[in-house]
Design a protein around this ligand. Sequence first.
Ligand code: CA
Length: 632
Amino acid sequence: MKKFKKAVAIAAAAAMTAVQFASAGVQNVFAAEATVFPYTIEGEDMEGAELWTQNYGPAPKEWSGKGFAYLTNGTFSFTVNAPEDGMYDVSIKAIQVLNEEGRMQTCSVNGSEKMTNMPYSADWVDFDFGTFRMNKGENTIEFPSKYGYMAIDTVTVTKAEKHDYSKADGTCVDAKATAETQALMSYLKSVYGKHIISGQQEIYGGGHSGNYEWENEFLEDLTGKVPAIRGLDFMNYNPLYGWEDGTTERAIKWVKERNGILTASWHINVPIDFENYTLGDEVDWKECTYKNYQASNSTFNTANVLKEGSKEREYFEEAMKMLAEQLKKLQDENVPIIFRPLHEAQGNDGLYGDGTAWFWWGDRGPEVYKELWKLLYTTLTEKYDLHNIIWEFNSYDYESSPKWYPGDEYVDIVAYDKYNVEYNRGDGKSGGPNLLAIAGKFHSLYQLTNGKKMVAMAENDTVPALDNILVEDAGWLYFCPWYDGGEDGGTAFLGENYQDHAELTKMYQSEYCITLDELPEDLYSSKGSTPAPVTTAATTTTSSATTVQTTTTSAPKSSENVLYGDANCDKTVDLSDAVLIMQSLSNPSKYKLTEEGKANADCAGSGDGVTNTDALAIQKFMLQLIDKLPEL
Ligand code: CA
């Protein structure tokens, strides 16, 4: 998450050019008939285009048809008549000779825009704008000039190929991944492309008066379901103002007590006045930043992290050590995590003139960034022996984005952070929830690894509509709205400005969407996991110790070791157990007892289920009116 400052110029331009579709032109005499794909139109035949035969720059060689169209201002458009809702690719044969470093060009389908950097070329080249959704019936394809200046010989529309989800790796890149980590990875792979897993970022720090369940409670009240993935951030475990806000403890509970899935980011801070900082100094959080040096005026030089012995390196080593301490606590409890460090590194890539990257870890460009990622990967896996991590990399869909990718051997999942309510909406509206499945971005990330890595929506504002995801073949592995830290008391990301509550409910209640109650009981057992291709000796060391213990932890207790009264399964019997029982009776959809909790809670009478007599028995026990539970 970063503050919204994306593409103000773009949004303004979009508002000006939005939805001014030309009426059917000469080429659309047969518009009522379904278009046959692949469909090619001469550039010069588009609505709004003129016939050109000479370029400003070097003269183009051979062209198709009578000549070409030259986009300087205005908009070129044409329509196709699609036989069904689905995804289509738009490509052009074009020339761009104005900017040697490339020039942004825009293609829009029914008002949904995609901007791409078109490389310099003195001769006709095929240029792919990517995948767009088209609806059954007439669809308008436009090339608004925006930054303009390209020659278009032909435009071709083809039906997009379906994604092949089976190509994605289901084996962790860390060959020493623990059995639980590999089991989780195998599960993710088993649902990828067939389902979407629900997720939700929790508030952290002191938000919602310290109620870290606020988001989950809100969602359960709204949809009757709890998200399967809990999103966290390890930002508060840092060398500067280290603040224990219980993140790690909540993480462990989420897996051990609720059998949920974890993901986390790491908004790691650096001191703004790094020059005058001495390692070990406490620094007030107001004097720290995770922003890029251009925005924060920080003297922390990210490139120096790569130099051994530099102060930046020492600082980063300390930060990694503190992070490792927390991740080790998870590993010791056999808890794996989808970890998304150094996220959103590319930022806006300097496209809109407001900095190069959102965060310091991206502010010295892709080469430094990739080395930083590898340093973190190697340090956590080798120095700290952490093998409970599924490594998730945030990507963008710019033409330059592949330069930021650390490499297949360091990444398990690629992810996109979707924020398109305020800017870059692509749906022609000016406000309210944006239900697009952003299939074009899904497709770009799929292509980034040629389908080899699963693609997730690691952060988002509006959860896309179920129907859009299905029609658009946008098989995001999971979604995870950012926490609801609204200053107005919580109407931000879960409020109606950002979520369509009816669509969100439909999503949560659908078969397609996996919620907490639908995760398999053996999620973290080795059953169903892909065995690592290792020698017998290695198998013994990597899996035997860890697997067996966990499988038993989440299994229901047999009756002889029921801890009567312990309704919340925290291994002690106290008033909170009685409270939970009363809550579960008055609002069963909101306050659920686990199977183990139910067995424990049934502590008065015998086997008659959980009633308020059980809560009363616990209170008597607390007051020493009875000396043991169950009360028979
Ligand atoms: Ca032509």
